[in-house]
Design a protein around this ligand. Sequence first.
Ligand code: FAD
Length: 476
Amino acid sequence: MGNLVADLRAIAGPAHVLADPDVVAGYATDWTRRYTGSASCVVSPGTTAQIAEAIQACAGYGARVIPQGGNTGLVGGSIPPAQSDGADCVILSTKRLTALCPVDPRSRQVTAGAGVTIARLADHAAAAGLRYGVDLASRDSATVGGTIATNAGGIHTIRYGPTRSQVAGLIAVLADGSVVGSLSGLTAGSTGFDLAQLLVGSEGTLAVITEARLALRPPEPAAAVLIAGTTGIAAATELLAHIREVIPDLLAAEYIDAAGLALVRDVAGLAPPTADPHEGYLLVEIAATAGVPDPDAYLQRLDTVGLPADTVVALDANAMAALWSYRERITEAIATIGMPHKIDVAVPIPALGAFCADLEGVVRDAVHGHGNSEPRLIVFGHLGVGNLHVNVLGPDPADTGVDEAVARLAASHGGSVAAEHGIGRAKTGWLAFSSLAADVDAMRSIKTALDPAGLLNPGVLFPPEIQQQRATTRTV
Ligand SMILES: Cc1cc2nc3c(=O)[nH]c(=O)nc-3n(C[C@H](O)[C@H](O)[C@H](O)COP(=O)(O)OP(=O)(O)OC[C@H]3O[C@@H](n4cnc5c(N)ncnc54)[C@H](O)[C@@H]3O)c2cc1C
C-alpha cells in the first residue's frame, strides 16, 4: 500500500492524500455512525483528469475505490466495507471539486463540480434569480455528486421531481479511467443510451461523477405554510388530496406522526403547533403562483377543504420557518436519543394508510422476535410522493431484523425498499423484495460490463446472494 499512497500523492498532491489512521477513520464512518469500515487512505483529487489517474493507480494495485461526497448518506454507501475481501480500499473524496460556473439564464442551467454542496448551489442559483429544485435538510454538506449518485429526493420532490429530473448532463470517470459524458445541457438528444441518467442512482458503483449540468427553475416563493392535525396518515392523505384539488401548486407536503412531533418538540424546545394533540400532522407549503392574487385567496380556498379548526396557517417568512422547524429538525432530534434503524421506503399513496396500520405490529413482532425490549417507533416523510422514513429505536444497531421486516411490508403493499436514500450497504439483501430478478440481473450485467474487476464501491447496491433472493422476488 505504501507505493499506492506515494503514487496517489504524486497524482493529487501530497497534501491531498491522508493516510493517518485516525484521520482516515473519520471518513470511514457514516453520518449515522451505524456503518464503519476501513480504508488505507483518503485521496481528494482536484480535477477529472486526476480522478482518472487515481482510479487507474488503484486498479493497478487491485485496491477498491469508494467515492465519497458529503458523507451524509444514510445507508452506508459512502464508506468502505466493514469486512475486507483482502483488497485495500481507498476513499475518493470529491471535496475539492467545488467549481461553480456562472448560471446561464437562457438555458436556465448551471455547471457544478461534484463536490459543490446543495446549499451553495441553491445560493448560487438564487443570486441569478433562479432556484435549484432539490432541497434537503443535509444541504450544508450533501453534494451535487452524492445527490446524483443516490437520486436524492427531499422536500420539493412533489413539485420538481427528484435529482434525476434536474440532471441535464454530467462528466464521469469509469473504472478503466475513461472519461464519459457531456455538459452541453441539450434536452433534445437522441443518440442512444442516456449515460447521465444511467449514473443517476448508481451509488458510486459504475463511475465517479465529477461535474454536472443541472436544470434550474424560476423562483417560486412560498405563499403559505400550514400544519393540520389529523387522525393518522390515511386522514392526512385524504386531506392532502382535498388541498391539491383547490391549490394544485404545492411546494411540499410532509407528514410527522405524534411520536415524532413530541420528540422534536422536546429536543428543540418547541411549543405545540396546534391547540390540540393529534395522531399525525400534515405540513403543506403552498407556492405563490401567478393565478392566485394574494394570501387571502389561499385562505378562501383552504376554507373549502374542511381543515381541522386548530390548523395553523403561516403567511410570513418567520412564521413559515417556525412551522418548518418541526419537520426540519426531526432527523437531528432522533439522533439525540440513540442510533435509530432508519428505513426509507416508498409506498403508493392510496396504500399508505394500510401500510401504517400494519407497521406497529410488524415492528413489535420483529423486535420481540429478536429478544429486544419495547421499540420506539417514529414515522415521518415526504407524504406527497409516498415516501416515509420509518425510525425504530431500541433494537441493537447491528440487528437488521426490524429493517428487513419493514422493507418486506413496504414491498407487500406495492412499494419500494428505498425511496430516496438508495440501497447502500444497508439494503442490498432486500433489493429483490421490490425489484424483479430480471431487473437486478440487467443492472448486474451493466455493472460487470463497466467495472469487470469490481473496483468501484464493492458491496454497495447489489445483493451478494442473488440466487437465494430469487425465492422471494415478486413476479410480473
Ligand atoms: C439530516 C439529514 C437529512 C437528510 N434528508 C434527506 C432527504 O430529505 N432526501 C434525501 O434524498 N436524502 C436525505 N438525506 C440523505 C443524504 O443527504 C443524501 O443521500 C445525499 O444525496 C447524500 O449526498 P452526499 O454528498 O453526502 O453523498 P455521500 O453520503 O458521500 O455518498 C452517498 C452515495 O453516493 C456515492 N457518491 C458520492 N459522491 C459521488 C460521486 N461524485 N460519484 C459517484 N458516486 C458518488 C457514494 O459512494 C455513496 O454510495 C439526509 C441526510 C441527513 C443526514
